[in-house]
Design a protein around this ligand. Sequence first.
Ligand SMILES: [Zn+2]
Length: 197
Amino acid sequence: MSRFIRLENPPRFDDHKEYLPFLRRDFRYRCAYCERTEAFLGWEEFFEIDHFRPVWRFGEQAAHYPNLYYSCGKFNRHKGKTWPSDALVASGFCFADPCQEDMYVEYLQEAPDGKLQPLTNCGCYTSDHIRLNRRALLDWRQDRQQAAQDLESLARAASRFEGLLPANLGPVEQRRIREAIKTLKARIVRDGQRFAL
Ligand SMILES: [Zn+2]
């Protein structure tokens, strides 16, 4: 749910894999396309480097940092070597570029059931070719919607607990409430990272 802005300034490498640590930071530890996080998928072993413009067509960009995107392995396999023809691009059928725009705002709209409705030809092409409406991603979006609601309630509960700390409360009670608040806040941070909220 955001556009990715590169802040890293890596040196030049011949092997594109050397850019991995820079990409992880620039893509904020999540897949550039489905936006699932390392914390959700099981850390970096589920992630790969995608060549946004595929090497078979744009060989000169094989180790060009701006052409490298951090993505989950599933996405990379679905995208594979797909690239639209010039005629398709001219009609607007092309991959949305998450470094240029927030595709979840510009090209796609998320429904309460997690399904994405394409708003443009670009959204249609992107959604179809990387299968953004497959079951696992619908579940992820529904879980994220639920987590957003839950985290809001938890944040409200945490601040209510803090307001319930009268000075005349015994030290044991005070400690118990403080522990409960700490646990709630830790949960808010953990789930926030997991769902990139
Ligand atoms: Zn992905």
